[in-house]
Design a protein around this ligand. Sequence first.
Ligand SMILES: [Zn+2]
Length: 236
Amino acid sequence: MSKESPLAFGPARPAIERFRTSMPPLLPPHLLAGYHKFITGRYVTESEHYRSLAREGQAPETMIIACCDSRTAPETVFNAGPGELFVLRNVANLVPPYEPDGEFHSTSAALEFAVQSLRVKNIVVMGHGRCGGIKAALGKAAPLSPGDFIGKWMSLIAPAANTVATSTMMTATERQTALERISIRYSIANLRTFPCIKILEDKGKLTLHGAWFDISTGELWAMNKETGDFERPEIG
Ligand SMILES: [Zn+2]
């Protein structure tokens, strides 16, 4: 890639050439290969759309709160294009309660921007099957890490996790799915503790949704707003 022009779409420098010059790759080679495909493929075929987004700015109607899990990218699951989804991802797609305490709150900051600046019309909390964060919260797995943050983060759903974990009426798989879905309802309840969200929802200008994606089957389940149950929505 030319240093002078970021739009000079030459082939990515072969790895062997970089080896000869003893230069470490600026980015992992598989990322550069992927970028090359993008910039010579989709970016070209959708160039007018990208130019329009650059000119007009983004105006996504939907915010998705999803897990960091590499298998559940919302843009892939919903086949979304650039500018379509405002995506926030964190471990286990959790929303903490509204806490204006002067501390650092990345999830709350993203919510504030989406709701107050972008004026999104929908917020979807999307959980997924086989979530490592949820599994760790159930206490049936080793902690995700020995670090300082994940345990504290997952303690957001500790009461629900403890209740589900001690249930003798469910199998391990059922407990996992149950907590994945309970945590979605919990996050939606916490969304309503944000005054800006509650006000807009009450005015009918913002709708909150829950969804759950099954990695193994590709099934998408949606939360029934009346019952809180998850159902397969009609598609196609
Ligand atoms: Zn997850």
